[in-house]
Design a protein around this ligand. Structure first.
Ligand code: DGL
Length: 234
């Protein structure tokens, strides 16, 4: 048992969508959320640059005394989670574009995978794609979408245009994977564009459930009531 907080980080607000899922699944846990806004956008940087940012996030969260860390970012996970697990003696949970549930729950139609350029370029993602692609996955890296969300998180009208501009290129789809935690905030706009005719997938609930099972098996669950929820911006 441990009442120490769980660290959650992303380049900005995107990981808040993951934090919400974690708060729901683990009502007794304390959390520290770290937004690495000086590192934003992760998705357009190099592998090496992201490794450095991720290292900084982990060290900052460690100084907060966290017992486990959620990389609430598909880009950071695909670039760096394997080396974090080797280097640090603590549980790490990551985010992965929800290609598997999409492939399993869609029929023969196309599945549009929206993600950052850096996630799309990683070996980890390429392996995931190979495993579930049978010619119906459309991999669509987005240069600017995460930044649009970061800037206009509370402005539906400002977000609608860039999202519609992207989706107009992909009218014939059965499912959409929101493969960046920032894009999870775009779900209502994606739903609206397709008139509710498609299925939409993200990895947030899966990550929250994985976090719970890792804490259970490592005997790290908190026994008390939630006492703290802290936000840090660097
Ligand atoms: N939210 C992050 C992800 O899930 C990345 C956003 C960014 O490019 O900074 O990939």
């Amino acid at each position: 048992m441990s009442d120490a907080p769980i660290g959650v980080f992303d380049s900005g607000v995107g990981g808040v969508s993951v934090l919400k899922a974690c708060l729901d699944v683990l009502p007794s846990e304390n959390f520290v959320y770290l937004a690495d806004r000086s590192g934003m956008p992760y998705g357009n940087k190099t592998h090496e640059e992201i490794e450095k940012r991720v290292e900084l996030c982990v060290q900052t969260l460690q100084s907060e005394g966290v017992k486990a860390i959620v990389a609430a970012c598909n880009t950071a996970t695909n670039v760096g989670i394997a080396s974090l697990r080797k280097k640090y003696d603590m549980p790490f949970v990551g985010l992965e574009p929800a290609v598997k549930p999409a492939a399993e729950n869609c029929g023969r139609g196309n599945i549009l995978v929206l993600l950052t350029p850096l996630t799309a370029a990683q070996e980890k993602f390429k392996k995931l794609k190979e495993k579930y692609d049978n010619g119906r996955l459309i991999i669509a890296p987005q240069e600017n979408l995460a930044e649009e969300v970061e800037e206009h998180i509370d402005d539906y009208r400002a977000l609608k245009k860039p999202v519609y501009d992207v989706l107009r290129r992909y009218k014939n789809v059965e499912g959409v994977v929101l493969g960046c935690t920032h894009y999870v905030f775009l779900r209502p706009i994606v739903e609206e564009f397709y008139g509710g005719r498609i299925k939409i997938f993200d990895g947030n609930d899966g990550a929250a459930r994985r976090l719970k099972s890792v804490l259970e098996s490592d005997k790290l669950l908190s026994c008390g009531l939630r006492r703290s929820l802290k936000f840090i911006v660097i």
